[in-house]
Design a protein around this ligand. Structure first.
Ligand code: PLP
Length: 396
């Protein structure tokens, strides 16, 4: 039995074989297995050199300086460090945060927890395409606002926010630092940390053909291209221990993981433009095939979105039955992987104004490096058969 066609790249990607090979060099006795914090011998020095090389690769891929990269266990931890770290550090300046209803749970849940601890949070509602207008951010800022957290690329509908415009609003305010969850961005759209003017930015390796369990938080520093100046934003650490990562994230840096992330980001950034062209064409082929069914709705905007993602609602079918009907032949998800277990209608689509029924009968197609034209044609066939059959049964 062959495995189902994988169209769930927005949940996770396979590790690039070149990345896997580089990671293997950091694990065994012949390789650089040393502790990068061991300053007293060559094993430590060699591992530290690999870690710094990876730091430079990540920085170069996203328009940042190496000194601005703080390794974490993933984007979830990076988001937690940014949100709790800034909220705690600036708690005497104010306790108001601005975010949006369409953020990933790894931003929304820390915000909810801060509300329980006495902070106030404003949740912005995007327009029908999922776009947040910078003017909405401006209108939500208050004298006691210390943090704005707006994602770059949405993981369910692929919409890209105008981060530079939001950053300039925050810069004018003075006290509001901008955090951006960019877990879905690398390899899919241009990322320019310095150019955007962002204070904090979260990344994950496993959405860009790197390993799971590693990510980074960028913490901006003054000093322009040299980037060596004092931090432009301060954080209170979440983990205390050996003082690694400028005491922002204690714990032994996992050489193999960060080496994997560094190479994965370098490769993904280099392949971005050619992949955008080929995957964008495949996505349109998929949409044109599905559109023939009638009663289908494309969520998000085709113009302000990454080419790897297509989110479609199907009238007259029930979401759970649809997923069950394609099961075994097609690996897709209803919304994000993190919430689909709850079997609730997508809160992202609800925020766009979709009704509960349509929000439930939705499939997210995530295309990736290994997706072929044949995969797309199989997906069209499988979904067309499933939707037609379900509609027939329900008499729709
Ligand atoms: C995947 C994802 C995360 C979580 O990243 P992990 O590295 O898996 O913790 C956070 N935000 C967005 C937008 C994501 O897509």
């Amino acid at each position: 039995m062959s495995r189902p066609v994988y169209l769930d790249y927005a949940s996770t990607t396979p590790v690039d074989p070149r990345v896997a090979a580089a990671m293997l060099q950091c694990l065994t006795v012949e390789g650089e297995f040393g502790n990068p914090a061991s300053a007293s011998h060559d094993y430590g020095h060699a591992a530290a050199a690999l870690v710094e090389n990876a730091r430079a690769q990540v920085a170069a891929s996203v328009g940042a300086q190496p000194q601005e990269v703080v390794w974490t266990s993933g984007a979830t931890e990076a988001n937690n460090l940014a949100i709790f770290g800034a909220a705690e550090y600036y708690r005497e300046s104010g306790r108001h945060i601005v975010t949006s209803r369409t953020e990933h749970k790894a931003v929304l849940d820390p915000c909810r927890e801060l509300e329980r601890r006495g902070w106030r949070v404003t949740y912005l509602t995007p327009d029908g395409d999922g776009v947040i207008d910078a003017a909405q951010v401006a209108a939500a800022l208050r004298p006691d606002t210390v943090l704005v957290s707006i994602m770059h690329v949405n993981n369910e509908i692929g919409v890209i926010q105008d981060i530079a415009a939001i950053a300039s609003i925050c810069a004018n305010h003075g006290g509001a630092r901008l955090h951006v969850d960019a877990a879905q961005s690398v390899g899919k759209c241009a990322v320019d940390f310095a150019g955007f003017g962002v204070d904090l930015m979260s990344f994950s390796a496993h959405k860009a053909y790197g390993p799971k369990g590693v990510g980074a938080l960028l913490v901006s520093r003054r000093g322009g291209d040299a980037g060596g100046g004092a931090p432009r934003v301060h954080l209170r650490a979440l983990l205390f221990g050996g003082g690694q990562e400028r005491a922002l994230r204690a714990g032994t840096v996992p050489t193999h993981q960060v080496v994997g992330m560094g190479l994965a980001f370098e490769l993904a950034a280099a392949a971005r433009e050619s992949e955008a062209a080929s995957l964008g064409a495949l996505r349109e082929r998929l949409w044109q095939g599905l559109e023939l069914l009638g009663g289908v709705l494309r969520n998000g905007t085709a113009t302000h979105s990454v080419p790897q993602l297509l989110n479609v609602s199907f009238e007259g079918v029930e979401g759970e039955s649809l997923l069950a009907a394609v099961h075994g032949r097609l690996a897709v998800s209803a919304g994000s992987a993190c919430t689909s277990a709850l079997q609730e209608p997508s809160y992202v689509l609800r925020a766009l104004g979709r009704g509960e029924v349509l929000s439930e009968s939705t499939l997210r197609f995530g295309l990736g490096r290994n997706t072929s034209e044949q995969d797309i044609d199989t997906a069209i066939t499988v979904v067309t058969q499933a939707v037609s059959r379900l509609r027939r049964i329900s008499g729709a």
